[in-house]
Design a protein. Structure first.
Length: 117
């Protein structure tokens, strides 16, 4: 079973936001109610991100390792997941048309890729 990326995206943003709020609270007024609310919220968001990333079928080792980083791990894991591509063509070919005036280009680099579902 896989986890929908929308839920992972929301949890990753909540994880980072709760960490920023907790650190801002500690650095400024240190209100106990804020700490008692944001601590468990951050912990839950962090655990959700880790479990969701590990349950994804398309998750690589790098995605799973990134999810373990507290605070920004969820966003890093999403970034790595968004970069998943299937490379169809990656080659250098000789130019079939003359190069622009004043240049010495004799080859073209061709990269054709598609985003994985």
């Amino acid at each position: 079973m896989t986890v929908d990326l929308r839920h992972l995206r929301v949890a990753a943003h909540l994880e980072l936001a709760s960490l920023v709020i907790m650190l801002a609270n500690i650095a400024t007024v240190h209100l106990k109610p804020v700490s008692s609310l944001m601590g468990p919220a951050h912990g839950f968001a962090y655990l959700f991100v880790v479990v969701a990333a590990w349950r994804l079928g398309q998750a690589t080792v790098a995605v799973r390792a990134a999810a373990l980083l507290p605070g920004v791990g969820g966003l890093l894991a999403l970034r790595l997941l968004d970069r998943a591509r299937d490379v169809l063509v990656n080659e250098t070919r000789p130019r079939v048309v003359p190069p622009p005036a004043g240049t010495h280009h004799t080859h073209d680099t061709v990269l054709r890729a598609r985003r994985l579902p």
